[in-house]
Design a protein around this ligand. Structure first.
Ligand SMILES: Nc1ncnc2c1ncn2[C@@H]1O[C@H](COP(=O)(O)OP(=O)(O)OP(=O)(O)O)[C@@H](O)[C@H]1O
Ligand SMILES: [Mg+2]
Length: 254
């Protein structure tokens, strides 16, 4: 079966520095994939490239077999790729429901709001995703009243309500409590099958709970891929993380 998304030999340079360097990567329909790697490995740049925020100097991004690396971010979202950013994007002054209404309408053309699914359908869709992320009872609360974890789930709901085939989640558990982190793992597992999920995270307890296949990026390229167990036991993976820790220690001493 051909993959849902494929990156072929992607290179992204910022002023001559290769944030991505001949990166090859693919994810199947319905699959959850964990992407890890030391700070600066190129994880966020990989998401930026998939969604069309960053243009590769070289290589192709194929989504359902179609080249998308030259399309606008708006078109790419319309094809079925949704992204939650590393920085939070909830509108605090609005209610949970209002945030979702904006998210539903954000990527619609004028004609689809005229002839598309009715307002009742929209309300149903909103309720369904709120139920999925466990925020149904907070529908009419102001987003400012949500806990940090709940805000992250609201953001996931804002992506889900657009019914993406592929979700890109950049560090969804950052700042979460252990319990919220565990709930997030359960939530993402419940999305598999219907959606593909590419999730970037540093938190090893989350990686373990998710128990998904792992891709390791290092210096803008694919370093290793395998089951969590294989990645954890791999001495070269341990080295790239330890090497980083050592460097940081040396800086701290300098
Ligand atoms: N817009 C930009 N201009 C210049 N350099 C950039 C830009 N975006 C990213 N970089 C550089 O590219 C490299 C990869 O950055 P990226 O943010 O993709 O890493 P990351 O793996 O997401 O790291 P982290 O774990 O810290 O989030 C870094 O060295 C970063 O400084
Ligand atoms: Mg990042």
């Amino acid at each position: 079966m051909s993959p849902l998304l494929e990156l072929q030999d992607i290179t992204v340079s910022f002023d001559g520095f290769k944030a991505l360097n001949s990166l090859n990567f693919s994810i199947a329909a319905g699959e959850i994939r964990m992407v890890i790697g030391p700070n600066g490995a190129g994880k966020s740049t990989m998401c930026d490239t998939i969604i069309g925020k960053v243009r590769p100097q070289h290589g192709k991004v194929l989504f359902e077999g179609r080249e998308i690396q030259k399309l606008s971010e708006h078109k790419i979202v319309g094809l079925g790729i949704g992204r939650k950013f590393q920085a939070p994007g909830v509108l605090e002054a609005l209610t949970v429901k209002e945030n979702l209404q904006i998210a539903v309408r954000r990527n619609k053309q004028w004609y689809s709001s005229l002839f598309g699914r009715s307002a009742t359908h929209e309300a149903d869709d909103i309720e369904q995703v709120l139920n999925q992320v466990g925020l149904l009872e907070k529908m009419d609360s102001n987003a400012s009243q949500l806990s940090h974890g709940e805000k992250q789930w609201l953001e996931i709901a804002m992506v889900l309500v657009q019914k993406p085939k592929l979700l890109l989640l950049d560090e969804p558990t950052a700042g979460m409590t252990a319990q919220e982190t565990a709930q997030t793992a359960t939530l993402l597992q419940s999305l598999a099958g219907e959606h593909s999920v590419l999730v970037i995270d540093h938190d090893m307890s989350f990686v373990e709970l998710l128990a998904a296949p792992v891709t390791v990026l290092h210096m803008g390229t694919l370093f290793k891929q395998g089951s969590l167990q294989e990645i954890r036991d791999d001495s070269s993976v341990q080295e790239i993380y330890l090497g980083r820790a050592k460097q940081e220690g040396e800086h701290a001493r300098a």
